[in-house]
Design a protein around this ligand. Structure first.
Ligand code: 13P
Ligand code: SF4
Length: 303
């Protein structure tokens, strides 16, 4: 079957199963095209919490499907490739988090959604890159804030607050790979272009950026900035939507290999098979879910 046939069959099966297809901006273009909701991790979490569909098919990575299961426990959450993980999420576990909590008694734990459900269940707040600064600003008191697992995001947030932020030293291998030499080389080739970067990039890279924000933030910036050219410091999947929304502008990936292999694991065939077989299901057990939900709800409340 070609893409077009698969896309129509998937849309028909989604209807039959009373299912909704949530798709992250880093997914393959042919999957983005048939999304019910295409968004960043924040928008997709919010949609997972409020949809009245019976089934959620998540075209994203494992932690995103887990968040959907935490927020919509009565729905069936399907992840077409259960091996689509996030190496950043795996850079912390509950044992190491509990140890860090003991070392910083009284610290508030703010956990990036790119984390396992178990880690969320031991956290006070969750955040995404779209709301991390607002979440931290909403925390009352003057105590320390332990931010896990992304050190680059934590350091970026630290630049916006007087609170003491303790960063966990995890990183996204895809964003952390981008270095200043590469960015400067691209800037030399496109001297009129602006540069927008995701806060998972290193601090030295962010220092070169005209704009720093989540994938949805970069989309808004691209539409509003006066430049016709934008160098994009995040996973290349976002270029599909950037080009669609801004047909007259030129978008240049900051690096040639800006690809998250986990995000790209899911294919149209995987989605079709998943809907036919109604598996693999991602289900967070209640013991973990209830505590993890509290941290996610606190995040959604400030978004
Ligand atoms: P967003 O929160 O911008 O969607 O990013 C998610 C992610 O995994 C970034 O690498
Ligand atoms: Fe995880 Fe990085 Fe891939 Fe995002 S881009 S899903 S943080 S590995």
């Amino acid at each position: 079957m070609d893409f077009g046939q698969l896309q129509s069959r998937i849309r028909a099966l989604l209807k039959e199963r009373r299912a909704i297809l949530l798709v992250h901006y880093y997914q393959r273009p042919e999957i983005q095209e048939i999304a019910d909701i295409l968004g960043d991790s924040l928008a997709l979490s919010i949609e997972a919490a409020r949809t009245d569909a019976e089934v959620i098919v998540f075209a994203g990575v494992h932690f995103m499907a887990e968040s959907a299961s935490i927020l919509s426990p009565d729905k069936t959450v399907l992840l077409p490739r259960p091996d689509a993980g996030c190496p950043l999420a795996d850079m912390i576990d509950i044992e190491r988090l509990e140890k860090a909590r003991r070392e910083h008694p009284g610290a508030t734990v703010v956990t990036y959604v790119n984390s396992t459900a178990a880690v969320k269940s031991c956290s006070d707040f969750c955040c995404t890159s779209a709301n991390a600064r607002q979440v931290v600003a909403s925390i009352e008191g003057a105590g320390e804030i332990l931010m896990v697992p992304d050190g680059n995001l934590a350091r970026w947030v630290a630049g916006s607050t007087d609170r003491k932020i303790i960063p966990w030293e995890g990183y996204c291998p895809v964003h952390h790979r981008l270095d200043t030499e590469t960015v400067l080389r691209v800037r030399d080739r496109f001297p009129k272009a602006r540069f927008a970067a995701h806060p998972e990039c290193r601090a030295a890279v962010l220092a070169l950026a005209d704009y720093v924000g989540s994938t949805s933030g970069i989309l808004k910036y691209a539409a509003s900035c006066d430049s016709e050219e934008l160098i994009v410091g995040t996973e290349e999947g976002i270029l599909t939507q950037l080009k669609k929304e801004n047909p007259g502008k030129v978008f240049i990936s900051a690096a040639e290999d800006f690809v998250c292999e986990d995000m790209k694991k899911i294919t149209l065939e995987d989605i079709y098979r998943t809907l036919e077989q109604m598996k693999p299901i991602v289900k967070v057990p209640d013991g973990v879910r209830i505590a993890a939900r509290k941290a996610l709800d606190r995040m959604i409340a400030v978004s």
